[in-house]
Design a protein around this ligand. Structure first.
Ligand SMILES: [Mn+2]
Length: 424
């Protein structure tokens, strides 16, 4: 963890300017009838989970260029996640990936508690073969033609639930790489049938207070067809499985220019939005930092989420899912957690009564202008004040750099070359 005196000194240098900016923004919002402290309080209680694999350096199919002081295992990863939460006060939970993070649950709980962290959704892995694994997933897992392979994949997911139950997790996210690379390679219908019946077995193993999230992804590793390729298929899965099955929307898992906010609205309307993997993309599943390419789209997604707040049973999970290839992963995750909160704050500032009026009157220009009026606001003083009051840093990246955390852990963690990024 970072020395609290260093954070305090960093904050002291910035506190006066922040107070001035916060009051100025508060005055501006008051003219619109908005209480800035109410917004700050909602933003301050909004958390997003960090994926354990996100604190390692990612890579592409071509190469991975390791960073300094990369975590050697889950306990190092938790340390890094603890730093992110310490500085942002926005990432209270970590999402584990099994088997990469498989360790004694009691030790994991103790370590997380010492860092003020809890555990979010569990993630299973049947998209690669593990050392010592009996049967291969080369030709699929939950939808494999061989019932023995399907049974092995089901058993792994049930293991993830069992581990998660000991950690206080309440959800399992299932993403599979199953699909095909050639027309005719697979019977599309039979393959989906096999997937559904395998998922039924996993669903039966869910504890009563757990939710099952299925995550769709258009392509990769399969390049011709993918079993769970889009939100339509994902909705069918959630509907077929039962009331505790929901769709997980990863922002990067769509074709370019897809209207993701509309998908979000549809899933909310029919009670099947389970949660998000936040990231951004320019071309495909690039796993770029959240809000780095299209922050307006992120805002429009949050506009739908805020509009649905208070709807019965509406409790989507929020998690970052990014690949950090050229940045310090801690800095990227800090920035992305802030971007998620920024979009949330902006969406909270939408004048919904006016918007509804313009929609009813078919005043397209003013409806769009109403959204833009909220989006254009610089809400950074709200985010910074929420961090400060929760014990975080006014400027978390600056505080992180001043701490020399990366140089310190680099001295303890030997350089690694081969460890996989593993982004789903
Ligand atoms: Mn994902």
């Amino acid at each position: 963890m970072i020395d609290s005196d260093l954070i305090a000194a960093q904050n002291a240098a910035r506190a006066e300017a922040l107070k001035f900016d916060y009051e100025a923004l508060g005055t501006q919002l008051a003219r619109r009838g908005v209480d800035i402290d109410t917004i700050k309080s909602k933003v301050g209680s909004y958390g997003v989970a960090v994926p354990s694999w996100g604190v390692g350096t990612g890579g592409t199919r071509f190469a991975r260029f390791p960073g300094d002081g990369e975590p050697r295992g889950i306990f190092d990863k938790l340390d890094d996640c603890g730093v992110i939460h310490q500085l942002t006060a926005a990432t209270p939970t970590v999402s584990l990936h099994i088997p990469w993070d498989k360790e004694d649950p009691a030790a994991l709980l103790e370590k997380a508690a010492s860092l003020g962290l809890g555990f979010d959704a569990m993630n299973s892995n049947t998209f690669q073969d593990q050392p010592g694994q009996t049967l291969s997933y080369k030709y699929g897992s939950l939808s494999h033609t061989d019932p023995a392979v399907r049974a092995q994949a089901i058993e792994h997911n049930l293991d993830c639930i069992e581990i998660g139950s000991k950690l206080g997790s309440k959800a399992l996210t299932v993403w599979i790489g199953d699909g095909s690379n050639f027309p005719g390679q697979t019977d599309l219908t039979a393959q989906f049938e096999r997937y559904l019946s395998a998922m039924q077995e996993i669903y039966k193993g869910l504890p009563g207070d757990w939710r099952l999230f299925s995550e769709h992804k258009m392509f990769e590793p399969a390049f011709y067809s993918t079993v769970v390729q889009d939100w339509g298929t994902n909705y069918l899965i959630a509907r077929e499985l039962g009331e505790r099955a929901f769709c997980l929307v990863d922002l990067g898992h769509h074709a370019p220019n897809t209207n993701i906010e509309m998908i979000v609205a549809r899933l909310i309307q029919f009670g099947k939005l389970g949660g998000f993997h936040f990231n951004d993309s320019k071309y495909g599943d690039d796993d770029l930092d959240t809000g780095s390419i299209d922050p307006f789209r992120l805002f429009l997604v949050f506009n739908e989420l805020v509009a649905a707040e208070g709807k019965e049973g509406f409790a989507p999970a929020h998690m970052l899912d990014q690949s950090h290839n050229v940045t310090d992963p801690i800095e990227s995750l800090i920035s992305s957690a802030n971007e998620v909160r920024r979009a949330y704050a902006q969406a909270l500032l939408v004048d919904r009564a006016s918007l509804k009026g313009f929609q009813e009157e078919n005043d397209a220009l003013m409806a769009a202008a109403t959204l833009k009026a909220a989006y254009r606001l610089d809400v950074e003083p709200i985010l910074a004040m929420a961090r400060l009051e929760a014990g975080g840093a006014i400027d978390p990246v600056a505080a992180y750099r001043a701490s020399n955390y990366r140089a310190k852990v680099s001295a303890e963690r030997p350089a690694v070359s081969g460890a996989g990024g593993g982004i789903v």
